[in-house]
Every structure is written in C-alpha cells, then in structure tokens.
Design a protein around this ligand. Structure first.
Ligand code: SF4
Length: 329
C-alpha cells in the first residue's frame, strides 16, 4: 500500500483516474437502435486524462442491440421500467443488476461517473415518466441504474453528459473529479495527521471558492482531528469536502478568494502591480475576462516571488490546463 508520508508526489499519473461512463457516450454501438451517442469532448479530449470504465446496463442485463426501446412508467403508484411495445416489465432485472454492479464500484476505485441523459436506465434527472395513455409524460424520473449509483455513492462526482455542455457545470464536475482523486490518494494510504493537514492546507482556497461555510467547518475538523478516531475523521472529511465542492464556485466567491491572495503578496509587489491584479480581478467579476486571465498573472507573481503557500494551492490549477476549462468561466 502506498503511504502519503513517503515523500511521493500527491498526484498519481493521470491515466490512473478511473471514470465510469455510459458506454454509448464512447461511441459503442449499444443503444436500442443499434447506434451510439459519441461525445467528442469525452472521446477526443477527456480520454487523454482519464481511464474510462464503460458500463451499459441494458446490454449487461442481457438485452442485445438493437432491442425494443423502453421507458419509465408509473404503474399503481410505482415507477417501473417497461418496454414500449410489448410492455415487458424489466424493473426487477435492472434493479437486481444495478445493486450488484454498483457494489463493485468501490473495488473499481472510480473517481467519478458520466451518465447518458434522458435514459430510463442511465439518466440522472428529468427522465420522462409515462402515466396513463394520452397524458404527457412528467420529466421527473431517474434511470434505475443511475438511482442506485447515486444512492450508494453520494460523495462520488456524478454528472450527465448533457449538463457538461454548460461551461460552469463542466468546470465544476472536473474540479470535483480531480479533487476526488487527490482525496482517494490520501485516504487509500496509511495516512497520518500530518498528511491530512498538508492535504487540507493545499485545498483551502479551492474549498473556500466553493463553500465558505464548509471551509470553516473543515478547518475546525482538522484542528481537532488528533483527538478523534481516524475513521470518524475520514468519514466526516470525505463527506464535507465532497459536499463543499458540489456547490458551484460562483464569480463572487472566486473573486473573494482572488482578493484574499493579495494579502499574501502585499509585501512582495509594488502598488502598480497590485492595482493591475486587482483590476483584473474586477474585470473577471464583471465578466470582461475569463478566470484564466487573472490566474495567469497571479501565478506569475507567485512564481517570481516564491510564495510557496499560495503556489501549492490546488485552486490555481484544479485540473489539467490542457482541458482549457478556465478559459470559459
Ligand atoms: S444510455 Fe445507458 S443503457 Fe442506454 S445505451 Fe447508453 S449506456 Fe446503454
């Protein structure tokens, strides 16, 4: 077992970031119509940074491709998964499969999951639920596999490919994905209190940009962690860290964090440089420039003046820059 105290870098090779995915998004021809739903960002860009673990629940319960389509239907007050023409009820088969497959996720060491939207098996939210004939379906359902995955792994970053088209949601998902990998790397080791303190120190500004309230709560937890059982500390830290990053880092919160960094630079930069930075922070707040602009100048000053506390903050580069996510938020 690796130990974070061995002086190893805190991030393992990127290819070891394992992400579960609805396999039709990779271009696998597994859909009911024999086709796929390849997502170019996923196959051409994200695939360079993560290892995908493809899952197609409908194929894995033994249905072929092509196959009869299916949907969610409300029958006697219960949500059932039924085929659209022959009305075969696949609920129990899918639910049993989902329980077993999702239980394997822990062994698979996944850091996240990308689901296909609108699917009665994989859809995360707003999946159509059909009622009596001639009534419009209600967009209130969740695919059966997705429901089991979310219920059993509430801390795991899970997102639909459709929502990843929104630059802010996309940035947030990848922040969570790479943060979850770092967290897994910490807690998969025989971690010591010093490892947790070092981890938390590096994540401080990132957590604060997402949720200032949980940021303070986690600070209090780390301060008393030495007097608590390790399992309790790990459980509480995992939960609060994940729930903090689930909140969107809004422009206002990110600007607050950027302005906070000025305090650390005050002794090192002159007034002109300080005003230049503050001006860019305001431009970012006003939507005139994307986040990458103030961050680039900030990183330049930190490198030049060797401000090691800030240089070590994951907030500055929470995911690989090649993904170019910060060019759009
Ligand atoms: S949405 Fe899910 S069940 Fe449907 S084809 Fe894609 S992976 Fe298979």
């Amino acid at each position: 077992m690796k130990n974070a105290s061995d002086g190893q870098p805190p991030i393992e090779p990127a290819k070891e970031i394992r992400v579960g995915i609805s396999s039709c998004l990779l271009g696998d021809e597994v859909r009911f119509d024999g086709g796929h739903k390849r997502d170019r960002f996923i196959t051409d860009t994200l695939s360079q940074f993560v290892t995908f673990v493809p899952v197609c629940p409908e194929m894995e319960i033994g249905l072929g491709s092509p196959r009869e389509s299916m949907h969610l239907a409300k029958v006697d007050g219960e949500i059932r998964l039924v085929t659209t023409k022959t009305h075969e009820d696949l609920t129990d088969r899918m639910a049993g499969y989902a329980r077993t497959r999702v239980a394997q996720i822990e062994q698979m060491k996944l850091c996240g999951f990308i689901l296909k939207k609108d699917s009665p098996s994989c859809g995360m939210e707003r999946v159509k639920v059909y009622g009596p004939l001639r009534t419009a379906p209600a967009k209130t359902g969740r695919g059966l596999f997705a429901a089991e995955l979310i219920a059993r792994h509430s801390d795991l970053p899970i997102e639909e490919e459709g929502r990843l088209c929104d630059p802010r949601l996309r940035d947030n998902f990848f922040v969570r994905l790479f943060a979850y990998r770092r967290l897994r790397f910490l807690f998969d080791t025989e971690w010591k209190l010093g490892d947790l303190v070092a981890f938390h120190t590096a994540e401080k500004l990132l957590i604060r940009a997402h949720d200032p309230v949980v940021y303070r709560k986690l600070g209090r937890l780390v301060a008393v962690a030495g007097q608590m059982p390790r399992e309790e500390v790990e459980k509480a830290y995992r939960h609060d860290f994940s729930s903090a990053l689930r909140k969107l880092a809004t422009t206002r919160k990110v600007t607050d964090v950027l302005q906070h960094t000025i305090g650390h630079l005050r002794k090192h930069i002159d007034d002109a440089s300080r005003h230049e930075l503050l001006g860019l922070f305001e431009d970012f707040r006003g939507g005139l420039v994307p986040l990458v602009v103030p961050l680039t100048l900030l990183r330049h000053h930190l490198r030049h003046h060797q401000i090691s506390y800030l240089q070590g903050q994951t907030f500055l580069e929470p995911h690989p820059k090649e993904l170019m996510l910060r060019n759009h938020v």
